[in-house]
Design a protein around this ligand. Structure first.
Ligand SMILES: NC(=O)C1=CN([C@@H]2O[C@H](COP(=O)(O)OP(=O)(O)OC[C@H]3O[C@@H](n4cnc5c(N)ncnc54)[C@H](OP(=O)(O)O)[C@@H]3O)[C@@H](O)[C@H]2O)C=CC1
Ligand SMILES: C[C@H]1O[C@H](OP(=O)(O)OP(=O)(O)OC[C@H]2O[C@@H](n3cnc4c(=O)[nH]c(N)nc43)[C@H](O)[C@@H]2O)[C@@H](O)[C@@H](O)C1=O
Length: 324
C-alpha cells in the first residue's frame, strides 16, 4: 500500500505523517511517499502527472495548500485562489489518471456562508454568501469538494473530503502577520512576557467566536475518515459522497482565547483590541454530529493543547520556527 502524503512538511501533513509512521512501526504494510514543494510543485500539471504516473500510489492524502490567517487571505487573494485550485485540480485529476481509487482532501470551515446557522451542518454548503476576507480561498476549497464528488459520480472512485475547523499545534506557522490567531498570539504574548511589556494588542474587537482543534486530533480524524468502509461513508454523506466536518463542537471568543494564552505564557499586563483589523466571520462553529455518529470525537482540550503547543514553541527556539 503506497500512500502519498502531499504537504508532509506542513502542520497537518506532518501530524498525519507521524501517525502513518506509527502504524508502519506497528507492522502495517504501508509505504509512505512524500515530496517537498521544491521537489514537486503541485501547481505544475506536467510535473504532477509525471510523478503520479511514475509512483502509482494506492492512496493520496492532500494536505498541501496555500494556507494563512485572515490578513494573509485578505492580502494575497490571487495566490490563495490560484494555487489552491491548481493543486486540487492537478492532484485529484492526475491521481485519477494514475488509477488511484482512494483519496482524502482537506477543506476548511470557511466553505460555509458567513451567516450560516450555527452550528454549521454539512448541508449549509452553497446556501449563502461567503465571508469576504477569505472568499477566494473558500471558493477553491468548495471546488475541491465538488471535484471529489464529481469524480466519484462519473468515474466511480472513492475521493473523500474532510472540513476542519481552525487548527493549531506543533508545526504551525508563527509568522506575526500571515499566521492564524493562535500561533500569532502565542508568539506575541510570549515576547511580551519575556520583555515584561505592559500591553498586548489583539486584532479586531475580540468578540468573534472560533472553534479550535489540535492538529493531532485532526490527523486522527483524517485517518479515521480515510479508513471508513465505503458503504458507511456513502450512508453518512447521504449518497453524495461529499464532505464531513471535523471539530471539537465548542467555541470561545477571541478575547477568551487571548486570556488563556496570556495565562499559559505568564503574561500579566493588559489586553487591548485593534478594531482597524478585520474580525472576519462572527462565528464558525461546526456541527460535528456526522463524525460523532460514525464514532470519532476529539481528545485534546483547548487549554491543554495550548500548553503543549507553547512547550513545543519554546523547545524549537526562535530560529527554528516556521514563520512565513
Ligand atoms: N491551519 C488551519 O487552521 C487549517 C488548515 N486547513 C487545511 O488543512 C490543510 C493543511 O493545512 P496546514 O497544515 O495548516 O498548512 P501548512 O501551511 O502548515 O502546510 C501546507 C503545506 O503545503 C505544501 N505546499 C504549499 N504549496 C505547495 C506547492 N505549490 N506544491 C507542493 N506543496 C505545497 C507546503 O509544502 P513545503 O513545506 O514542502 O513547502 C506545506 O508544507 C490545508 O488544506 C488547509 O487549507 C483547514 C482548516 C484550518
Ligand atoms: C482557518 C481559517 O482561518 C482564516 O479565518 P479566521 O478564522 O478568521 O482566522 P484567523 O485565525 O486569522 O483569525 C481569527 C480571529 O482572530 C482574530 N485575531 C486576533 N488577533 C489576531 C492575530 O494576531 N492574528 C490573526 N491571524 N488573527 C487574530 C482575527 O481578527 C479573527 O477575528 C481564514 O482566512 C481561512 O484561512 C480559514 O479557513
Amino acid at each position: 500500500m503506497k500512500i502519498f502524503v502531499a504537504g508532509h512538511r506542513g502542520m497537518v501533513g506532518g501530524a498525519i505523517l507521524r501517525q502513518l509512521q506509527a502504524r508502519k512501526n506497528a507492522g502495517a504494510n504501508i509505504e509512505i511517499i512524500t515530496r517537498t514543494s521544491t521537489e514537486l510543485d503541485l501547481t505544475d500539471q506536467a510535473d504532477v502527472r509525471e510523478f503520479m504516473q511514475s509512483v502509482l500510489p494506492n492512496q493520496v492524502i492532500l494536505a498541501a495548500a496555500k494556507v494563512g490567517g485572515i490578513v494573509a487571505n485578505n492580502n494575497y487573494p490571487a495566490q490563495f485562489i490560484y494555487e489552491n485550485l491548481m493543486m486540487e485540480c492537478n492532484v485529484i485529476h492526475q491521481a485519477y489518471e494514475a488509477g488511484v481509487q482512494n483519496l482524502l482532501q482537506l477543506g476548511s470551515s470557511c466553505i460555509y456562508p458567513k451567516m450560516a446557522e450555527q452550528p454549521m451542518r454539512e448541508d449549509a454548503l452553497l446556501t449563502g454568501e461567503l465571508e469576504p476576507t477569505n472568499e477566494p480561498y473558500a471558493v477553491a476549497k468548495i471546488a475541491g469538494i465538488k471535484l471529489c464528488e464529481s469524480y466519484n459520480r462519473q468515474y466511480g472512485v472513492d475521493y473523500r473530503s474532510v472540513m476542519p475547523t481552525n487548527l493549531y499545534g506543533p508545526g504551525d506557522n508563527f509568522h506575526p502577520e500571515n499566521s492564524h490567531v493562535l500561533p500569532a498570539l502565542i508568539r506575541r504574548f510570549h515576547e511580551a512576557a519575556q520583555t515584561s511589556a505592559d500591553e498586548v494588542v489583539i486584532w479586531g474587537t475580540g468578540t468573534p467566536m472560533r472553534e479550535f482543534l489540535h492538529v493531532d486530533d485532526m490527523a486522527a480524524a483524517s485517518l479515521f475518515v480515510m479508513d471508513l468502509d465505503p458503504d458507511t461513508y456513502k450512508r453518512e454523506t447521504q449518497e453524495m459522497l461529499s464532505h464531513i466536518n471535523v471539530g471539537s463542537g465548542t467555541d470561545v471568543t477571541i478575547r477568551e482565547l487571548a486570556e488563556t494564552v496570556a495565562k499559559v505564557t505568564g503574561f500579566e499586563g493588559k489586553l487591548s483590541f485593534d478594531s482597524t483589523k478585520p474580525d472576519g466571520a462572527p462565528r464558525k462553529l461546526m456541527d460535528v454530529s456526522r463524525l460523532a455518529r460514525l464514532g470519532w470525537t476529539y481528545s485534546t482540550e483547548l487549554e491543554e493543547g495550548i500548553r503543549g503547543t507553547y512547550e513545543w514553541f519554546l523547545a524549537q527556539g526562535p530560529n527554528n520556527l516556521r514563520s512565513k
